[in-house]
Design a protein around this ligand. Structure first.
Ligand SMILES: O=C(O)CCC(=O)C(=O)O
Length: 272
C-alpha cells in the first residue's frame, strides 16, 4: 500500500564555483532535511558551475565524483534524492544532467535536459546553451513508495507537452531543478509551475540556487512547491496523494479529454 502523505524537501543553497564546498553543504543540508522527515529531496541546478564558460571545466562522467557523493548521501539518509543538475561529459559531448538516487544509493535515472536554454531578450538576457551542450532525448520518470515522479530541468518546465506526457504516464509529482534569472524569474517562474500543476493536476516542485547578487549569474531563487492550485507553499510542504486523487475525481479532466480530436504523443524515446 502506498503511503498517502510524505514529506518533500527542497534544498535551496548558495552555489559557488567551489565544488568541494558545494558538496559539503549538500551533505549537511540533505541530512538536515532527512532529520525533519524528508523522504524525497530536491536539489537545485548548480548554475555557477553550469555557467557556460565553466561548463567543460566542471564536467564529470556519471558515475563520477559528484554523483558518487550524492549516492552516498541518499544511502546515508535513506531517501530519494533528485540531484539537481550537473554538467555531464559523455562520448565527447556535454549535457546538463540530473541524476536521481534511491534510498540504497542506487542510480535510478539520469535526465539530460531536453530543451536547451537558447533565448535572447535584448538588453536583458541572452543565453545559448546549445553552443556548448547537447540535448537529452528521453523522458524521465521514477517511482517512490509514495508517488510517481517526472523530471525536467529548468527550461524544460516551459514545455507543457512534457508535463502532459508525464501526467499520461501516471506522475503525481513533477520536479524541476532550476535556476531562473532576474528577468524571466519574476515574470514566469511561479506562473509556469502553477500552470503545469493546474493543467495536469499534479504537484510541482522546483529548487533554485539561493540568490547571490555578487555571482556572475544571479539566480532568481524562490524554490517552490505547488500543492495543486488551491494553496501555494514555499518550502516545508506535505504532498497528500489522497487529496490529489480526490481533486482528480472531482474535476475529472483526464477522462474528459477529447482524444478523438487531439493527442499529445511521444514520438521517440531515445537513450540519454
Ligand atoms: O526559462 C527561463 O526563463 C530560464 C531557464 C534557464 O535558466 C535554464 O534553462 O537554464
Amino acid at each position: 500500500l502506498l503511503d498517502k502523505q510524505f514529506r518533500l524537501a527542497v534544498v535551496q543553497l548558495q552555489v559557488s564555483s567551489d565544488k568541494a564546498n558545494n558538496l559539503s553543504k549538500v551533505r549537511r543540508l540533505v541530512k538536515e532535511a532527512a532529520g525533519q522527515g524528508g523522504k524525497v529531496v530536491l536539489l537545485p541546478v548548480r548554475r555557477s558551475e553550469c555557467f557556460l564558460s565553466f561548463f567543460s571545466k566542471y564536467a564529470e562522467k556519471i558515475p563520477g565524483e559528484t554523483t558518487q557523493m550524492l549516492s552516498e548521501v541518499a544511502k546515508e539518509n535513506k531517501l530519494h534524492l533528485v540531484g539537481g543538475s550537473i554538467p555531464e561529459e559523455d562520448g565527447g559531448k556535454l549535457y546538463n544532467t540530473c541524476a536521481v538516487f534511491g534510498p540504497e544509493g542506487e542510480l535510478i535515472l539520469k535526465h539530460r535536459k531536453i530543451h536547451l536554454f537558447d533565448i535572447d531578450v535584448p538588453g536583458k538576457i541572452r543565453f545559448q546553451e546549445s553552443e556548448t551542450l547537447s540535448p537529452g532525448n528521453s523522458l524521465s520518470t521514477f517511482d517512490t513508495p509514495f508517488c510517481r515522479v517526472g523530471v525536467g530541468i529548468c527550461y524544460d518546465m516551459r514545455f507543457a507537452e512534457l508535463a502532459q506526457l508525464y501526467n499520461r504516464k501516471g506522475c503525481q509529482l513533477l520536479v524541476y531543478p532550476g535556476a531562473f534569472n532576474m528577468t524571466t524569474g519574476p515574470a514566469h517562474w511561479e506562473l509556469l509551475q502553477r500552470a503545469r500543476a493546474l493543467d495536469n493536476q499534479t504537484y510541482v516542485a522546483t529548487a533554485s540556487p539561493a540568490r547571490d547578487e555578487a555571482a556572475s549569474y544571479v539566480a532568481w531563487g524562490h524554490s517552490t512547491v505547488v500543492l495543486y492550485v488551491l494553496t501555494l507553499h514555499v518550502c516545508g510542504p506535505t504532498p497528500d496523494l489522497q487529496y490529489l486523487a480526490d481533486v482528480r475525481q472531482q474535476i475529472p479532466i483526464s477522462s474528459q479529454r477529447r482524444d478523438d480530436l487531439y493527442a499529445v504523443t511521444a514520438v521517440q524515446q531515445g537513450s540519454g
